[in-house]
Design a protein around this ligand. Structure first.
Ligand code: ATR
Length: 281
């Protein structure tokens, strides 16, 4: 029987997930479909019940439902539980709904695909302390990163993540600006530089060190002001497209049991977004 998957969110029209997953089904000759569904917050519970009745095999969850979906699920993967957010739901063979979070692990895969695993002890500055940063912080910690500092405009939010991790430190944007040259890896998670965003980088990059690693989770545009400035200082650049493709690929793997074509998808989407290659070595 044909399997079907979905992504739910509000808004949803901009999501590139349907195109990506449907292309993978076509490439792998899988009889499945993946559809975008516009779901308003007040309809979330009803949509989850309807999906169950209609026999979906799983779905992705995007803004603003990643946290509010939790009460409607039967089980949570430990990392999703720790993050308090779910972006992937799997319908198990017993018909139970299990929540995972593949955003943070998707980021770590993208980063390590670009720069390897040898920097796990290096001082890492995570810029921002929103939902995306939380997921990335826990996934980095799970992958063995031992030296994480979180800088945020609202210091308490950075401190809350550090407290939950039980390690690392929280600093203000001003401190980050002053101590920039003490870090090796930079992970930018604020909406700064998004094509629809309306603010520039939250701090000056004057003290950005040479030869660092700079990652951004934004992928539209592929080159954000942060990445452009880092590139000028000779940094290895990792844009947000790898994270997007990997989070989808990990979800795909939970649903279908094998890995899809990741590099081909990154190349195709890079071209679509009019950018150059994902990583500048
Ligand atoms: P997401 O879930 O996508 O991470 P979010 O929870 O809205 O989004 O978090 C956005 C991040 O960008 C936060 O770290 C936020 O800082 P605050 O916690 O102080 O709000 C940061 N951010 C958003 N607008 C900003 C701005 N104008 N200047 C600096 N930081 C900003």
């Amino acid at each position: 029987m044909k399997k079907w998957f979905a992504v739910i969110g509000d808004p949803i029209a901009q999501s590139k997930s349907p195109e990506m997953h449907n292309a993978w089904y076509a490439e792998m000759n899988i009889d499945a479909a993946y559809i975008p569904v516009h779901v308003k917050s007040e309809d979330l519970q009803q949509v989850v019940s309807s999906f169950q009745l209609l026999g979906t095999s799983g779905w992705n969850v995007t803004i603003p439902h990643k946290e509010t979906i939790l009460p409607f699920l039967d089980e949570l993967d430990p990392l999703a539980e720790k993050m308090g957010a779910v972006n992937t739901v799997v319908r198990t063979t017993e018909g139970k709904l299990k929540g995972y979070n593949t955003d943070g692990p998707g980021f770590v895969k993208s980063l390590e695909e670009a720069v390897g695993t040898e920097h796990r002890q290096a001082p890492l500055l995570l810029i921002g302390a929103g939902g995306a940063a939380r997921g990335i912080a826990f996934a980095l910690q799970q992958a063995g990163y031992t030296n994480i500092t979180i800088a945020n405009r609202t210091l308490e939010k950075a401190q809350a993540i550090v407290d939950e991790m039980g390690s690392g430190q929280a600093i203000t944007m001003q401190q980050a600006e002053e101590e920039l040259d003490t870090f090796k890896i930079f992970v930018q998670t604020t909406p700064a530089g998004m094509s629809t965003g309306d603010f520039a980088l939250p701090f000056s990059l004057e003290k950005f060190p040479t030869g660092a690693i700079a990652a951004d989770i934004v992928y539209n545009p592929l080159m954000t002001p942060f990445l452009l400035a880092a590139e000028k200082k000779g940094a290895t650049i990792v844009n947000g497209l790898g994270m997007f493709v990997h989070q989808g690929a990990i979800a795909y793997q939970y649903w279908l049991g094998h890995e899809p074509n990741i590099n081909g998808t990154i190349a195709r989407l890079t071209e679509q977004l009019g950018g150059k290659n994902i990583v500048n070595r």
